[in-house]
Design a protein around this ligand. Sequence first.
Ligand code: FAD
Length: 346
Amino acid sequence: MRKVDVLIVGGGPAGSTCAYELAKRGFKVLLIDIKRRIGTPVQCAEFVPLQLFNQFREFFTQEAIAQSVESMLHYTPWGQIVEMWSEGFVLNREVFDYNIALLAQEKGTEILLRTRFLGFEDGYAWLENIDTRAVFGVKANFVVGADGPRSKVAKLTGKVTENFLTTAQATMPLREKLKDLLIYFRDYIPGGYGWVFPKGSVANVGVGIDPEYPINVMESLKKFVEELINIGVVEGRVIKRTGGWIPADGLLPLVRGRVVLVGDAGGFCHPITGGGIANAVLSGSMAGKALANGDLQDFEEEAQDIFGNSLWRAAEKRKKHMKRWDNLEEIVPKTWIAFEEYWRII
Ligand SMILES: Cc1cc2nc3c(=O)[nH]c(=O)nc-3n(C[C@H](O)[C@H](O)[C@H](O)COP(=O)(O)OP(=O)(O)OC[C@H]3O[C@@H](n4cnc5c(N)ncnc54)[C@H](O)[C@@H]3O)c2cc1C
């Protein structure tokens, strides 16, 4: 039976960054993922802020960056356009995620693809090869749950994310190239927003909604796309489609015994904006260092200090103000980070 210091479940940015930090420090790391190739398929609009680039330059090869952006332009239903400086990059995430995993592998991480996490008990993790259905055990001192929004590992810590945003996205040709990210608040995108994130001549066009509203996310996307075609932002052709879940409860308890949660699995994604790549990388890095230092409690405290309050605040706003989607002129400024009112009240 394989013996490892740390088993990491999930090769997204959180899991691979954690693997990279541990392997760099000489730990024996096994990283598993159900995918055939790390990074593919992409379920993301792919924007990251400049700060992430400044902190983790080695993850950003030229091929990982689709384009740079300057601002976020917000189109409100009451006719106001609000600009927020938002320097960063729209990525090619299949390359970005792959890059991090490759760096982890170069430092000695063993990667098993098409491998599913089944459970962890008494220091033994049970895994399944998806192609052969063979189940096998691995002895691991620690398990890191980096298995995304619907984390199975999170069940081991006693609390899982219960509220999500649901999303749908189409990649479409742009009529004209953009230098900014576009955000739209609309009555037909309840409890969320629509986005146009440019990647050269195309853009990721998507909606994220609160699934408790009686509108199908595909219907919401269809209306959004129709509006964008009518106003001349995109051409009426879909290149590819994706979607997925966004955790909306804020941070979970992150450490229990020998189990640690990072990235979306731990609730590090922002419950309103849905931004989670940077926090996935940061939490993976922090957890990797804490595991290497043998001080997991440090990770829990540091994560709560750095992220806990702002994620909690957003989750509270979602519950308090976004379950009614009627008077957007009142609701949007309270619940979106570009408005001064967001920071004044909970
Ligand atoms: C439509 C959409 C648009 C988004 N746009 C943005 C954006 O523009 N900017 C941004 O910052 N964030 C965005 N996000 C959020 C962002 O994608 C996530 O926060 C980020 O991917 C979290 O990284 P992670 O490593 O925690 O998890 P993931 O990237 O989800 O990786 C989890 C990995 O675990 C694997 N896995 C799952 N279960 C198992 C199992 N049982 N066994 C083995 N492996 C398993 C999966 O295959 C996957 O590779 C978006 C999300 C969606 C759905």
